[in-house]
Structure formats: structure tokens, C-alpha cells
Design a binder for this molecule. Structure first.
Ligand code: A2P
Length: 265
């Protein structure tokens, strides 16, 4: 008598292969891995990824930085010298093995927002990763008239990934035309001289953020906001959004803004 094949344990990660690695600064790098044919996700979601440890895999939550239609999976990471995962992950090379979880989840998805006209994506540091996915998703441009990506980092060199990304989106055969028409990229630095200086929270409070955006200041009747960054940043922006009359949304209850803390260790 033969037993039926057991179906794969939904909690067991799959082993994927590193396809490319791009180091942006001493502290930031991006990489791509193979995507299993059965792996489905919504643009903006995150997934557990990691490396095989001595006894069990060492996994952390990472936003997927590629759109849901892409054949490969992109990620964007900081390098923490004594971080259990990133101290090793930063040394990966093409052909290495990466463990990939099976259950993508997250709230930075179109499903968690009510319809609107302008979509603001507010990111600090590696919090830009889910937006790397969303700005290459045609559904985003079908749902909104304007898409405004705001990225703030401590140093100017940390903004490079965002510029590369926006250039790639505008040059993309699938979304290039829509991105060129609808996507606006605003970058600021906080600890170096730069054309636009200051935290996102400050730029909102002073109104400087809206100076070059058609439609002006935040309006919950027409605007939707996605927020991704450190714990402190997401907390402060949630308070600001609520003070402007925006209500927090979830997959089960779409509303005006959504939040995700970016991976930090
Ligand atoms: P700042 O340089 O003024 O601290 P971090 O690496 O600490 O996450 O910071 C990334 C970016 O996010 C920096 O530009 C930082 O500004 C900014 N930032 C840090 N905390 C907040 C906050 N509570 N609200 C808005 N921006 C923040």
C-alpha cells in the first residue's frame, strides 16, 4: 500500500537562488532571487526570507521590492554589522541559496485603501522597498490619477536606489508610459546638504512637501497615503495623518491610509 504524497508544509520555506546583488552604499544593498512558479503575492506585501542557520533557517520579514507580475523577486536591505541575519546576508553572491517563506502578507496594498485621486507613498530608508513594487504595478496607475513617492534618508547617497527605481519604472515596457505621466518622486535628506532638506513629517507640517504637487495640501476626500519606515517614523506619520482627518485602513476594512514598519535588523 502506498501513502499519498504529503502536501508541502505551508510553514517550510523553499530554497531559492540568488540571481544578482547590487551594493549601493556600505550600508545598503539590493538583490534578486528566483521566484517559485507557485509563489503568488500582491504588490506591496512582505515575506519571510533568510539563510540556513546551524539548526534552523534564520528568517526575517522583508518587503518584496518587485511587482507581482515579475518573474524574479527583488529585495532591498540594510547591512547591520552585528545583525544576526544581515551580517551574513550582505555577503551573498550570485548562485547562493536563500530561504523564502510561503505566506506573503501586508497592508501596503491597494485592497486596504478606498478609491482616491492622489496616492502618497511616504518612505524613509529601506522603507522604500514596498513602493519599488507598487510603482511598477499597472493597477496603481489605473486606480489613481497621481502617484507621489516621497523618500527621505539621512545621507544623499542613500537616495540613489529611489532614483534608479523611478528611472527604471519610467523606462519599463509595461508601466513606463503611465509612470511618466503620473509618478512624481520627491527626495529629501536630513543630515547632508541637499536641494530638499528635512524629515517627511517636517515637510508636511511646513507645507514644503506640497509646493510642487498638483492639488496642494492633504485632503482625505481625494488622497490616500501609504507609510513605510522605522517605528518612530510610522508612529509620527500615523498621528499626522489622523490629525488631517485620514482613517487607517486594513485588508478587511479599507480606508484612507495604511502603515507598515520596515525591516530593521
Ligand atoms: P533624521 O536624520 O532627522 O533622524 P533612520 O535611519 O533613523 O530610520 O532614519 C532614516 C530617515 O528617517 C532619516 O532621514 C531620519 O531623519 C528620518 N526619521 C527618523 N525618525 C523619524 C520620525 N520620527 N519621523 C520622520 N522621519 C524620521
Amino acid at each position: 500500500m502506498s501513502l499519498p504524497n504529503p502536501s508541502p508544509n505551508p510553514n517550510t520555506p523553499t530554497a531559492e537562488t540568488v540571481l544578482s546583488v547590487n551594493h549601493y552604499t556600505d550600508q545598503l544593498f539590493a538583490f534578486s532571487i528566483t521566484r517559485p512558479p507557485s509563489f503568488r503575492f500582491r504588490s506591496g506585501e512582505f515575506i519571510m526570507i533568510g539563510l540556513q542557520g546551524e539548526k534552523k533557517p534564520l528568517l526575517r520579514a522583508y518587503s518584496i521590492a518587485s511587482p507581482s507580475w515579475d518573474e524574479k523577486l527583488d529585495f532591498y536591505s540594510i547591512k547591520v554589522p552585528d545583525g544576526p541575519l544581515t551580517s551574513r546576508l550582505q555577503n551573498i553572491e550570485n548562485g547562493d541559496e536563500i530561504m523564502l517563506g510561503r505566506k506573503p502578507v501586508g497592508t501596503l496594498v491597494l485592497d486596504a485603501l478606498l478609491p482616491g485621486k492622489r496616492l502618497f507613498m511616504l518612505a524613509t530608508g529601506t522603507g522604500i522597498a514596498p513602493f519599488a513594487s507598487l510603482i511598477r504595478d499597472p493597477d496603481v496607475y489605473e486606480s489613481f490619477e497621481q502617484v507621489i513617492l516621497v523618500h527621505t534618508c539621512r545621507e544623499v547617497a542613500e537616495l540613489t536606489y529611489g532614483f534608479d527605481l523611478v528611472a527604471a519604472a519610467k523606462d519599463d515596457p509595461l508601466v513606463g508610459e503611465l509612470a511618466t505621466e503620473k509618478l512624481q518622486h520627491i527626495a529629501s535628506a536630513t543630515r547632508e546638504d541637499y536641494a530638499l532638506q528635512g524629515r517627511i513629517t517636517t515637510l508636511i507640517e511646513t507645507g514644503a512637501l506640497f509646493e510642487n504637487i498638483a492639488g496642494g495640501l492633504f485632503d482625505p476626500a481625494t488622497d490616500r497615503i501609504m507609510i513605510c519606515g522605522s517605528i518612530a517614523m510610522t508612529k509620527d506619520l500615523k498621528t499626522l495623518a489622523e490629525a488631517h482627518g485620514f482613517k487607517e485602513g486594513a485588508n478587511s476594512n479599507p480606508a484612507d491610509f495604511v502603515i507598515e514598519k520596515s525591516f530593521v535588523g
